[in-house]
Design a protein around this ligand. Structure first.
Ligand SMILES: CC(C)(COP(=O)(O)OP(=O)(O)OC[C@H]1O[C@@H](n2cnc3c(N)ncnc32)[C@H](O)[C@@H]1OP(=O)(O)O)[C@@H](O)C(=O)NCCC(=O)NCCS
Length: 144
């Protein structure tokens, strides 16, 4: 049975390797080691690893802005999918966020990621059709 534990910066290399090999997950400049450390320090106790026999089989990162929670980088290794790993990771995040008084959370999903869409819908998350997200990049990096 897999275990869920807190993610630390020591997991960074293995998590990035996992992300690189997973369709539907984008890696940006904001996923550098330095940015990830800042993220984990700003959002303690909200990012998790699923481990099985010492190997990382899934992960999720989460934070909040004082009002809303934001989940990202949920992924599970293909050979460990459909066994409740993602469900456990998401539930742990939502539980911890709730403990901080954050009762509503968001996740961005690429429109092309039909597997993720099915997962979130199955778990009761509502697809927002009433909102368009606008983004801007300061500086000249196209991959910020
Ligand atoms: C999406 C993803 C994280 C799901 O992980 P998982 O561990 O297989 O999910 P779980 O086993 O916890 O499934 C939870 C629920 O979602 C449903 N589900 C999961 N994958 C599904 C799929 N491909 N199609 C339909 N339903 C699916 C399960 O039936 C389950 O429902 P239940 O709790 O009522 O039984 C995994 O497919 C993945 O890593 N995909 C690639 C990365 C990605 O797209 N991440 C999300 C970015 S937003």
């Amino acid at each position: 049975m897999f275990q869920v534990r807190l993610m630390t910066i020591d997991d960074y290399d293995r998590v990035i390797q996992l992300m690189k090999g997973t369709d539907g997950v984008s890696i940006r400049d904001a996923d550098s080691r330095e940015s990830t450390l800042r993220y984990l320090e700003r959002n303690p106790g909200l990012s998790f690893i699923a481990e099985l026999g010492g190997a990382i089989v899934g992960c999720i990162m989460a934070g909040h802005d004082g009002r809303r929670g934001y989940l990202q980088h949920l992924l599970v290794l293909p050979e460990h999918r459909r066994k409740g790993v993602a469900n456990a990771l998401v539930e742990r995040c939502l539980l911890e966020l709730e403990g901080l008084g954050i009762k509503k959370s968001h996740i961005d999903v690429l429109k092309t990621n039909s597997v993720a869409s099915k997962f979130w819908a199955r778990k009761g998350w509502k697809l927002r059709t009433d909102i368009d997200r606008y983004s801007i990049i300061r500086g000249d990096s196209e991959n910020a």
